[in-house]
Design a protein around this ligand. Structure first.
Ligand code: SME
Length: 164
């Protein structure tokens, strides 16, 4: 039996969305090893599939900074220093970062004034930082643990599916 004190309630609808998304991603990347192509289709798929997003895409690590990669949404800032903003903080920590209210996050970089909440998932090849996946929402507190799990699975599959 579920103990709600130790097992947080599952977000069944988000989990179903990610199951559909992951199956579609597998189909899109099958037989294709080009990383940019796979990230571009992943950004389009995420943006078209998940509700309440105003930006979805990737920043790639060039060995010095994060540089904007394939995305859907309004034009974004091009370069982000590791350790700066939500993307750079997740990259520096090499762990997923959920920000419920971007206005309350010190150093948040506003690319689209509509953004209210954000999730950033690092793309890691073992210990090597390849970049980050970034999703923005106009809805406060849009992202939760089901999103972190689903997007971490998606990021791991994208890394494995492509040559870097
Ligand atoms: N808000 C991000 C910058 C990237 S845009 O949201 C696309 C940040 O603070 O790192």
């Amino acid at each position: 039996m579920t103990d709600w004190r130790t097992d947080p309630p599952r977000d069944a609808s988000a989990e179903a969305q990610y199951a559909t998304l992951l199956a579609a991603l597998d189909g899109l990347v099958a037989g294709e090893r080009n990383g940019i192509a796979n990230l571009a289709n992943a950004a389009a798929l995420i943006y078209a599939t998940l509700p309440d997003l105003n930006w979805a895409g990737f920043y790639l690590y060039d060995g010095r900074q994060l540089v904007v990669g394939p995305f859907q949404g309004k034009p974004a800032c091009v370069r982000i220093a590791v350790g700066t903003g939500v993307c750079g903080s997740a990259a520096a920590a090499r762990s997923t970062l959920i920000v419920a209210d971007v206005h309350a996050f010190p150093g948040h970089i506003a690319c689209d004034a509509a953004s209210r909440s954000e999730i950033v998932v690092p793309l890691l090849d073992g210990p090597r930082l390849l970049g980050v996946m970034d999703l923005d929402s106009p809805r406060p507190a849009r992202f939760g643990p089901a999103d972190a799990r689903g997007l971490e699975t998606l990021a791991a599959r994208l890394v494995r599916a492509s040559d870097w």
